[in-house]
Design a protein around this ligand. Sequence first.
Ligand SMILES: Cc1cc2nc3c(=O)[nH]c(=O)nc-3n(C[C@H](O)[C@H](O)[C@H](O)COP(=O)(O)OP(=O)(O)OC[C@H]3O[C@@H](n4cnc5c(N)ncnc54)[C@H](O)[C@@H]3O)c2cc1C
Length: 408
Amino acid sequence: MNENEFDVIVVGSGPAGSSASFFCTKNKLKTLLLDKAVFPRDKTCGDAESGKTVGILKKMNLWEEAKKLPHGTTYGVILSSPNGYAVEISYPENDGRKGEGMICPRKIFDDFLFQNSKKTVSKCIEGFTVTDVIKKDEQVIGVKGIDTEKNEKEFYAKIVIGADGANSVIATKLGLNKIDAKHQCIASRAYYDNVEGLTQNIEIHFIESVLPGYFWIFPCGGKKANVGVGILTSDVKKKNKKVVQTMLDAIEKEPLFKERFKNAKRISEINGWTLPMASKKRKLTGNGFVLCGDAGSLIDPFTGEGMGNGMTSGFIAAEVIAEAIKENDLSEKKLSEYEKKLWNAIGEEVKTSYLLQRMGKIKPLLNFVIKKAATKKEVQEVISGMLANEEAKKEFYSPVFYLKLLFS
Ligand SMILES: Cc1cc2nc3c(=O)[nH]c(=O)nc-3n(C[C@H](O)[C@H](O)[C@H](O)COP(=O)(O)OP(=O)(O)OC[C@H]3O[C@@H](n4cnc5c(N)ncnc54)[C@H](O)[C@@H]3O)c2cc1C
């Protein structure tokens, strides 16, 4: 192999690309990691690292280190309904210990992941923008792009991993980045300081003015919070919603928040970005390539969480690619084992989340469930248990669950 040839090229070093390149190297593959950004770089996000993200960090042996990053710690979630009821639900216990979540700004979290992957890979280039894939017959064999000096360069590999986010050049060039407004969300967020009433809970508010989306406040340490709004793109179009204005109106006009933000100061720009959801499966493999993370549309359709699925996809892709290279089989058929393994790992959860997303649009149901949970401790405990368990989560769409609530 010459210096421009690799086993794997990973395009993009967000959570998906960093984990993919880390595990490729662990599988002894000669790996090139490319990112158009120079790290540390920011990524518009709610910054909530879930249990699934933590699970992959543990596989990378990075969890103990990650816990030392500046972050807010959360132990539960506050949900509020359109008619003003609010309930606090603790995260389910983990190994007999209080469930814990982490809110770490992406500028810090992604840099931590990136630096740890950079240490392991054969070569890493920051500030390199990939512009196209290189194909021979029907096989992807490399990528081309431009470095910071505007020099065009080509790199070759047995497999290319597209982990270049929601606007993926790799997926687009391969004709796989078609947007479906019913399976994509538009969200905006900003950081605020001096927010009153923050607790060690993330807050998700299904307020009237934001429905069918939600307004979030995620505490990130002290009186600082990551604040935002997310709405399905199809609803944004249908209801002519302005996402940023909806967020500002919630902060300035909603009785629930007006007081809490009275002395608050916005300490960042307001940024918006899209969230490609996993509720519609995208083709993720072909001859010589694999898509991971947002490039493969893998975000949870209810929670909007994408780091956990992105890192899981990186982990699984690396395993399948290592096997494919060992067997010298770089075909779509072989690489499609990645799709099977990935959907085995996340498919059930995505299905449940999609049902919950659709149910969340039914206002009377939201009012009913949150009011019941707000007034009955045993209902809170049932919901906390259900959130912990994939099988039990399915009860959310069983009529029996609501009948039980009705008579509780
Ligand atoms: C407002 C908002 C709130 C969210 N809240 C949460 C949350 O609280 N928790 C959660 O888990 N998820 C959340 N998400 C989703 C989450 O941000 C994404 O799912 C996650 O970032 C996906 O990771 P990724 O590695 O696939 O892509 P990204 O993180 O987008 O990384 C892609 C990388 O590719 C690079 N790149 C792009 N194009 C090129 C190119 N042409 N050449 C080279 N490099 C390129 C970029 O520079 C970037 O570093 C939120 C999203 C939004 C928009």
